[in-house]
Design a protein around this ligand. Structure first.
Ligand SMILES: NCc1[nH]cc(CCC(=O)O)c1CC(=O)O
Ligand SMILES: [Zn+2]
Ligand SMILES: [Zn+2]
Length: 338
């Protein structure tokens, strides 16, 4: 006789899926290697391989070291990277002139990676903050009444110039992270006019929030603003409506991929984006501070690193992402091979 006959048929839920395989069928979509894009830092010392203390396990690499750095990862199934330039020896100015210097680290790295790994998909972050003397992502209006006012039109035009230079160098994708209004339209226009609209994908950091989680990245890239903050161009964390509008605007302006950033604190925005742009690939960026947080928690004994890394990234997949930018990519390539 069963001990408990009061259980209703409709009460049984998870009990019906006791086998691990049947539990795995609960996922609508599974994390695969091709959903991972690895953010990498390229510096202008060609032989560099320098650890980044705030991002444990990550380094700044020179172009001559890319073969040894990425070769083993490509063998394990790495399909895409996104490049961030870390110029340490250049002269920064108001316009971010070094951003599209043909001898700068990003352009050299794109050419090198195309030659080394013909199958690897190469995206370039496009921004000015790593290259401007003031460390901001756009250009300032010289004649504005309020000092520190960004010049919208010229900023978007300059970003488009840099994006086109990366596309010409061979980037498969450009990803403007500056958050200047109108830059998606400006880049798309420039690509069409130069015959690059069918050669280079435009991934918009559409809903990028002014977050406390970018600290380790700014440290790694040397891109902290010299004064002020980025709150007037990145979205306020509470701004659900503005995020929805930014996603729709960037779709209308010609973005090929929509991104939400950071990822874990903004799963509702990812879900909104999946609903607003259901026919676009949807990316999210598990940013430097999210990565550092997961690593720090594991080191403090709060959880197992691998279990937590999967839980965070699978939450992003569940919310609707098809592409995840994450510093955990090398570890996932191992874990997904087991
Ligand atoms: N345009 C700068 C930029 N591009 C990517 C990141 C953050 C990435 C990360 O934290 O991993 C940032 C930081 C910022 O806006 O200050
Ligand atoms: Zn920037
Ligand atoms: Zn950026």
């Amino acid at each position: 006789m069963a001990a408990d006959n009061t259980m209703e048929i409709s009460s049984i839920l998870q009990g019906g899926y006791q086998h691990p395989l049947s539990r795995s069928w609960q996922a609508r979509r599974h994390l695969t290697k091709s959903m991972l894009m690895y953010p990498i830092f390229i510096t202008d010392d060609p032989d560099a391989s320098v650890d980044i203390p705030s991002l444990p396990g990550q380094s700044r690499w020179g172009v001559n070291r890319l073969d040894e750095f990425l070769g083993p990862l490509v063998k394990k199934g790495l399909t895409s990277v996104i490049l961030f330039g870390v110029p340490l020896n250049c002269v920064k100015d108001e316009r971010g002139t070094p951003a599209d210097d043909p001898t700068g680290p990003v352009i050299l790295a794109v050419r090198k990676l195309r030659a080394l790994f013909p199958e690897l998909y190469i995206a370039c972050d496009v921004c000015l903050c790593e290259y401007t003397s003031h460390g901001h992502c756009g250009l300032f209006a010289a004649d504005a009444d309020t000092p520190g006012t960004l010049d919208q039109g010229p900023s978007a035009a300059r970003i488009a110039e840099v994006a086109l230079a990366y596309a010409r160098a061979g980037a498969h994708c450009v990803a403007p992270s500056d958050m200047m209004d109108g830059r998606i339209r400006a880049i798309k226009r420039a690509f069409i006019d130069a015959g690059f609209a069918n050669r280079c994908t435009l991934m918009s950091y559409a809903a990028k929030f002014a977050s406390a989680l970018y600290g380790p990245f700014r440290d790694a890239a040397g891109s902290a603003p010299a004064f002020g903050n980025r709150k007037c161009y990145q979205l306020p964390p509470q701004a659900k409506g503005l995020a929805r509008r930014a996603i729709q605007r960037d779709v209308a302006e010609g973005a090929d991929i929509i991104m939400v950033k950071p990822a874990l604190p903004y799963l509702d925005v990812i879900q909104d984006a999946a609903q607003l742009a259901p026919d676009h690939p949807l990316a999210c960026y598990q940013v430097s501070g999210e990565y550092a947080m997961v690593v720090a928690g594991a080191r403090a004994g709060v959880y197992d690193l691998r279990v937590m890394a999967f839980e965070t990234v699978e939450s992003m997949v569940r919310a609707g992402c098809t592409l995840i930018l994450t510093y955990f990519t090398p570890q996932f390539l191992d874990w997904l091979s087991e």
